[in-house]
Design a protein. Structure first.
Length: 138
């Protein structure tokens, strides 16, 4: 594993964003039986007061009879960013906001993941590459 970085410029300069092909949807499940079927295939989950929030592929959501509205693509930032690092999420969000692109961020232990609308995924990737280049001085 590469060294974990926490400086804003280091995180942005090293993010090397990668766009993945699958489309995902965010769903909320309140039924225990449905949650038991969905949780093992979910990319991510978070327990909220209203139910279990899951991130599923569009196909998984369809098979489980869950809503497939608002499909999103995943962009992984391949920098090993510190959970205590400051500024990466704000910079990514600002770069996408400047282009009118909505995003949902998930910070995992080693990487940050950006979920953007399917029809804006290529533009989002371009925006993140431009952000990275601006910090690298390219």
């Amino acid at each position: 594993m590469a060294q974990v970085v926490s400086g804003t410029a280091e995180m942005i300069g090293g993010m090397d964003p990668v766009l993945y092909p699958d489309a995902f949807v965010f769903c909320t499940v309140t039924d225990a039986d449905q949650a038991a079927l969905a949780l093992p295939v979910a990319l991510a989950s978070f327990r909220e007061d209203e139910g279990l929030s899951l991130l599923l592929t569009v196909e998984q959501a369809r098979r489980l009879g869950l809503p497939q509205d608002g499909p999103m693509r995943r962009i992984t930032l391949n920098v090993y960013s510190s959970l205590g690092g400051v500024g990466l999420t704000a910079a990514v969000s600002a770069a996408l906001t400047a282009r009118g692109i909505a995003c949902n961020m998930i910070a995992a232990t080693l990487h940050d993941h950006v979920f953007v609308p399917v029809d804006q995924a290529d533009a989002a990737l371009d925006a993140l590459r431009a952000l990275q280049a601006s910090v690298r001085g390219a």
